[in-house]
Write a protein that binds this ligand. Structure first.
Ligand SMILES: [Fe+2]
Length: 327
């Protein structure tokens, strides 16, 4: 069976997906997109980086934009439950001959930088600088009125291998897509730690690559509003897919591309998944309601384009299976 029971007593305690660091070529152009258009708040600004967060986030940052020569993803950040969990995580990765380093990162206390079995860079930390909540400073709400980071979604060359790896770390499966082969093969998985549909998802494709970072809005009207804003402020071509309602996760969504091609999903209204006996929902690859409940397929770019991790070689997927594609 490709799907296994959840690991309820993992080797260290991951609380949630917490932040991503993205390399961008022009910080001013990125600031116009993420801050002036999408409405993220700037917590800190340096000569080569912008630290951004949503209105309810107390953590110093959920998106770091750093000036680089080429677009790239640096690492995916996950918050742990304690300092001791960092030590437990370091021991776990060391025992598997995976990299273990403790780089000094601004605004974060001790951070373990490691990588999964495909080399995808992961940062695990417990403490980050805290910022005042802006949740009830309604006058500061702009653009999509983004509240917080929700999840990261990545391409992997082998969904089964990535699923097995993160399942062992306590990431619990909520929904999955299989091919119609006999036996069926995993094509995509959605896994969580925090109690909604996902903190981390994987899709079959050239990888590892970051597919998108998902940012939570309070409701579908915030997403409809940002469609109107983008369509009338020079960002029409940056709207890649949606708005719509996913079959998987039931969430309302819009996918946008930033000036460097990094993909951001505005996402809201999925559901509670804390029950330890929650049965994962199975979808088949050819189901027209899998991607979008209303039946609209995603564009080709959505299945093919993503952000490479800096210095991490990619592999072609083992599994060749065609999803439903719009154009
Ligand atoms: Fe997503």
């Amino acid at each position: 069976m490709p799907v296994r029971p959840p690991v309820l007593d993992p080797p260290f305690n991951v609380v949630r997906a917490s932040h991503v660091e993205l390399g961008v070529r022009d910080l001013a152009r990125s600031q116009a997109f993420y801050v002036d258009c999408l409405g993220l708040l700037v917590t800190d600004e340096t000569a080569d980086a912008l630290y951004l967060r949503g209105v309810e986030e107390r953590n110093h940052h959920s998106i770091i934009l750093r000036k680089t020569r080429e677009p790239e993803a640096v690492a995916l950040g996950f918050k742990l439950a304690s300092e001791e969990d960092i030590d437990r995580a370091a021991a776990w990765f060391t025992a598997r001959n995976l990299p273990v380093a403790f780089p000094d990162l601004p605004h974060q206390a001790r951070t373990l930088r490691t990588a999964d079995t495909f080399g995808m860079p992961l940062d695990f930390y417990f403490k980050m600088d805290q910022a005042p909540s802006m949740l009830q400073r309604y006058a500061a709400y702009q653009g999509a009125r983004i509240q917080r980071i929700d999840h990261v979604n990545c391409f992997t060359p082998d969904v089964q291998v990535s699923y097995d790896f993160y399942a062992e770390l306590g990431f619990r499966l909520t929904e999955y897509t299989e091919t119609e082969d006999v036996p069926a093969r995993l094509w995509a998985v959605w896994m969580h730690r925090k109690g909604n549909v996902h903190d981390l998802a994987f899709t079959n494709g050239h990888g590892p690559r970051l597919h998108h970072v998902g940012m939570w809005t309070a409701g579908a009207l915030d997403i409809l509003h940002i469609c109107d804003v983008m369509a009338t402020s020079g960002y029409l071509a940056n709207m890649e897919r949606g708005p719509g309602r996913h079959g998987i996760s039931n969430a309302f969504f819009l996918y946008v591309r930033d000036p460097d091609g990094h993909r951001v999903e505005l996402f809201t209204s999925d559901y509670l998944t804390v029950d330890p006996d929650l049965e994962p929902i199975r979808w088949t690859l050819g189901d027209p309601q899998r991607q979008t409940l209303w039946g609209h397929p995603a564009p080709k770019s959505w299945f093919e384009e993503g952000t490479a991790f800096a210095g991490v070689p990619m592999r072609a997927p083992e599994l060749i299976a065609r999803p439903v594609v719009a154009r």
